[in-house]
Design a protein around this ligand. Structure first.
Ligand SMILES: NC(=O)c1ccc[n+]([C@@H]2O[C@H](COP(=O)([O-])OP(=O)(O)OC[C@H]3O[C@@H](n4cnc5c(N)ncnc54)[C@H](O)[C@@H]3O)[C@@H](O)[C@H]2O)c1
Length: 331
């Protein structure tokens, strides 16, 4: 379980649902199905409002993130359940940048929590690793770094144009200073600094070394995808874009997967685990645990989509999980 910062622990919550594009539209309804079952079984109130922001709307109306959307989400919702954005008809991916990066930046969702958790040992490509060996919370800085689109070129267009990106002295000096400062306050926590190339090697060689990895936006994106593969692939990886105490956005790590969209075979487990993180954020602990256990049971009973070796459809997995999770919550 992720143990993420909380919004509130109240009995009711309002959730904005943005399925997006491609398989986002297939997996998100399954996560909502499970959340509805959870709310009904636990006698809690969850209200869902769905928004059709994505490629279709962008192509039809030229609108990506509508005016006033950020303020509405911030003021009227506790959390956002997000699918994925990306459509071959929008090669620039402009709508995705406007909506997803727009929400991350404008809601100041500066923590991207991406748990890497091996839920069944057969899912890892690493030899002789057990479930407890791969359990890492990757905390990615989420609103700065290379994604802000601010910068310049060094000697562009001249014979001397060179790429200094592997040094990055200036970009990461602040991280080093803050890390050295903060670690003094937590002497009981073992901590060390690793360069990204070393981390990439070490996380594969022996993932047991790490409980938490804190890193910048770009490195976090890459390391958490690497981590996702160590724990069963993109179809299983959840994430939370969080501002502690404020409206936060939860999404599976995967994209819109145009190569399988519309076939009904997308794995909904990443989205369902994401819904579990959302429940943790609301401080609905028993419900969050029930969702997590339900996904684990699906893995152990092989009630799975083809990417994980099963033969079930997306909706079949969602139906099964909703029923299991509801049953486990009824005393
Ligand atoms: N947060 C986001 O919205 C987000 C994240 C990543 C990529 N994207 C966008 O998604 C589009 C496709 O990108 P991509 O192909 O690089 O990454 P992707 O995650 O969509 O797909 C990568 C591979 O993993 C498979 N896969 C992903 N999720 C799966 C699932 N739930 N079940 C079964 N298989 C799954 C896909 O079939 C594909 O083979 C692009 O437009 C990209 O920009 C969006």
């Amino acid at each position: 379980m992720a143990n993420i910062p909380l919004r509130n622990g109240g009995p009711a919550a309002r959730i904005a649902v943005i399925p997006g594009d491609g398989i986002g539209k297939e997996v998100t309804p399954e996560a909502v199905k499970v959340l509805r079952a959870v709310a009904a079984a636990g006698k809690r109130a969850l209200e869902f409002v769905e928004f059709d922001w994505g490629a279709d709307k962008y192509l039809r109306e030229g609108v990506s993130l509508p005016a006033g959307a950020v303020e509405m989400l911030r003021d009227e919702f506790d959390a956002i359940l997000f699918g994925a954005l990306g459509d071959p008809r929008v090669p620039s991916n402009q709508h995705a940048a406007d909506i997803l990066l727009g929400l991350r930046f404008k809601l100041d969702l500066y923590v991207n929590a991406r748990p890497v958790e091996l839920l069944h040992e057969r899912l890892t490509p690493l030899r002789d690793r057990k479930e407890q060996d791969v359990r890492i919370m990757v905390v990615r800085e989420n609103t700065e770094g290379l994604y802000v689109g601010i910068g310049g070129f060094f000697k562009k267009g001249t014979a001397d144009e060179i790429d200094k990106s592997n040094a990055m002295t200036f970009a990461h000096d602040l991280w080093q200073r803050v890390f050295q400062e903060v670690r003094q306050e937590y002497a009981d926590i073992e901590s060390r600094h690793l360069y990204i190339d070393t981390l990439a090697m070490e996380i594969v060689r022996d993932p047991r070394q790490f409980d938490v990895i804190v890193t910048c936006n770009l490195f976090g994106d890459i390391i958490s995808d690497l981590g996702a593969q160590l724990a069963g692939g993109l179809g299983l990886a959840p994430s939370g874009n969080i501002h502690p105490g404020r409206t936060s956005l939860f999404e599976p790590v995967h994209g819109s997967a145009p190569n399988i969209a519309g076939k009904g075979i997308a794995n909904p487990l990443g989205s369902v685990l994401t819904a579990g993180m959302l429940l943790e954020f609301l401080d609905w602990k028993a419900e969050a645990t029930a969702v997590h256990s339900g996904v684990k049971e699906a893995l152990f009973k092989n009630y799975l989509t083809p990417d994980l070796g099963g033969a079930k459809k997306t909706t079949e997995v969602g139906d099964w999980l909703a029923e299991r999770v509801a049953k486990s919550l009824v005393p």
